[in-house]
Structures are given as C-alpha cells and as structure tokens.
Design a protein around this ligand. Structure first.
Ligand code: 5AD
Ligand code: FES
Length: 353
C-alpha cells in the first residue's frame, strides 16, 4: 500500500478507534519512519488531551522469581536451573513500599513468577498490610493465572489492579511460546474474570516474539478492542541466553514504538507503560515510548541485592541502581522531553474528553 493510503488508515483509526484485521496488518507491514511520525503526532495529541504531559510512575516490586511455569521465552522459567531463586519476605516487601512512598510512588506493583509458596493467604496478608499502611496508594498484582476465587479474595482484600499480559491473541502462536500444560483459553478467561470482579485490568504482549507475524499483532489489536483493558503493557521480545529462544532475534524498537502509537489511537484512555524492555534495547527507548503515546513508567523498587536475579531477558537495565537513582534518572529523562513525573495514584481516565 502507498504511504498516503496508510496515512488514511491512521486517520480512519483516529476517527473510528478501530480497524479491520487486514487494515492493521497493512499498517504493521507497510510503516516507515515518516508514517511513524504521522502516527506519533496523533498519539501524543490524544494522550495530552486526557493526561496532559504527566507521566505516572509505578513502583515495581519483584518479590519472587520462583516460577512453576516453563514459558519458552522467559529467563525465570522453571527449567532454567541456572537462575538463582529468591523470595522477599512480607517485611522486605513492606520496606520496599516504605522507600517507595518516600520517593513519591503511589502505586505499588507486586510482580512475581507463579510461585506456589505465595499462597492466597500470604498474598492477601501483604495486600492488607500495604493498604492499611498506605491507604492513599493503589496496589497492583502481577502474579499470573489463579482461580476466580483467589482473584475475588485479592480484590476483597483491597487490591486495585491486576496485570496479566495475554502474550499473544493467537492460540496457535500462544502454543509455540508456551509448553503444552499452559492453556490459551485459561489465560484469556483470567482476564475477563479479573475484569468482571472489578479490577482495573492490564493485558499486553511482546513485540517481535519468535514466530510472530504481522497478522498476529493485528489480532492483538482486535483483542484489545474486545477486552478494552485499562492498561496495556508491551515491550520488545529480548532473548535470554538460558532459554530455548536464546538464538532468536530481539524485537525491533521501531515496531514496538509503532505498536504503542496504534494502541493509543485504539484505546485513547489507556494507561500505557514505556517499559524496561524498551529501555533495554535502546538507551533512550523509554523516552521514545513516551513520545509515541505512552504515559506510564515502572521503575524498579526491588532491593538491589535481588535485582540481577529477576532476569526475564538478557541485559536488563537498572539492575545495579538504587530505587532513588532510578526515580531521579526517570524524572530527568522525562523532563528532557518536556514531560513530568507526577506523584499520584494515576487511575485510568475513561470518561473525560
Ligand atoms: N523478552 C521480553 N519480555 C519478556 N517477558 C518475559 N520474558 C521476556 C523476554 N524474554 C515479559 C512477558 C511477561 C512479562 C512479565 O515480561 O510478557 O508477561
Ligand atoms: Fe534506573 Fe535510569 S531508570 S537507572
């Protein structure tokens, strides 16, 4: 398709907030630098009309790298015997929150592998403690697939949000990224469950994951339109040397940015992080993500002693930096492009202009 036709598709997406699978595919296969700028300009305008130049920060606490799953792309998969495993205690998690609160974080994201040690009771206890001590903060969980009753209990305990990337909206592609015992349907059902319970829900996918086609990415966009999540986390696939995908190429910066722009036009209200993976494949990746329409950053609040152990992929940034350093670093980075990090819960704004 010619560039002006692709521009017209972007105009259509801006007006209708959705495209067909074929139209998304045409954009994803045909985009170039000029079309990207055309898209990002619109994406920024939409983002500014809802969220201004504010960038929300989430304090990410990676509290366990034990995982019972064996996703082929992930560095903390159970078959990776070289991963040094750790768990933070409840008190250590509270210490992270204390430090984070002083640094201005008003959302804490508890992220971990699927670790059976962390039973529902233990998770509930952590949620209740954080909410009791910091009633003005949001608690976000990112601990994978659990049953409806567990999710309900977490919500009742006070958790506000839940992140569960769908990874890919194509069943056949999902099955090439995961071992047989993981079910595409179960993962998607979890997202609808979480939504029906009342969580602010985040899904998401990797860009450039092995075997991914442009059609798969188009399916991801259609899935976003169906689910209408509050948050969408995307980042480039990055190979981890101790996984079956060690020799697969990394996802591309340009395509990841282009997908961020498409997501902003499709879901104008969405909370969209500029991810650590984006910052890992390019020194200014997170700034470029914000300029493509993202409005959230998620610096690490985990103790420095464990950071290198939460290696989902190779060369992950910020593993040697104190929380305060990351907070300041991001503040400067955002300021350098005309945005400001804000101290706010940063809830989704679905209903404004
Ligand atoms: N490259 C990029 N992202 C990855 N994730 C896991 N492994 C990798 C990798 N090798 C992402 C997955 C997961 C999130 C926590 O991190 O999308 O949902
Ligand atoms: Fe961690 Fe820059 S954000 S050091």
């Amino acid at each position: 398709m010619k560039q002006h036709e692709l521009q017209q598709l972007i105009d259509k997406l801006e007006a209708c907030r959705s495209l067909s699978k074929g139209e998304y595919t045409a954009l994803i296969t045909g985009f170039d630098a000029e079309l990207s700028e055309y898209l990002f300009d619109k994406a920024r305008r939409i983002r500014h009309s809802r969220y201004g130049h504010d960038v929300y920060v989430r304090g990410l606490i990676e509290f366990t790298n034990y995982c019972k799953n064996d996703c082929l792309y992930c560095g903390i998969r159970r078959s990776n015997k070289r991963a040094e495993r750790y768990r933070l205690t409840e008190n250590e998690i509270m210490e992270c929150c204390k430090e984070g609160y002083a640094l201005g974080f008003r959302t804490f994201v508890l992220q971990g592998g699927e670790d059976p040690f962390y039973t529902d009771e233990k998770i509930i206890s952590v949620i209740q403690r954080i909410k009791a001590q910091y009633p003005d903060c949001a608690v976000t969980l990112s601990i994978g697939e659990r049953e409806h009753e567990s999710y309900q209990a977490f919500f009742d305990a006070g958790a506000d949000r839940y992140l569960l990337r769908h990874e890919t909206a194509s069943k056949s592609h999902y099955e090439r990224l995961h071992p047989k015992e993981l079910s595409f349907e179960h993962r998607i059902n979890c997202l609808y469950d979480l939504k029906s319970i009342g969580f602010q829900v985040g899904c998401g996918f990797m860009v450039g994951s092995p075997f991914q086609t442009p059609e798969n990415l188009a399916e991801d966009m259609l899935f976003l339109s169906r689910l209408r999540p509050d948050m969408v986390g995307i980042g480039p696939f990055i190979a981890h040397h101790d996984t079956p995908f060690s020799d697969k190429p990394n996802g591309a910066l340009e395509l990841t940015l282009f997908m961020l722009g498409l997501i902003r036009l499709t879901l104008p209200y969405v909370l969209l992080p500029s991810t650590t993976a984006l910052g890992t494949i390019h020194p200014r990746g997170r700034e470029l993500g914000i300029l493509a329409g993202a409005n959230v950053v998620m610096p690490n609040l985990s103790p420095v002693s464990v950071r290198k152990k939460y290696m989902l992929y190779d060369n992950k940034i910020c593993t040697g930096d104190e929380s305060a350093e990351c907070r300041n670093c991001l503040e400067m980075r955002m300021r350098s492009i005309g945005y400001q990090v804000v101290t706010a819960r940063g809830d989704v704004k679905r209903d404004t202009v």
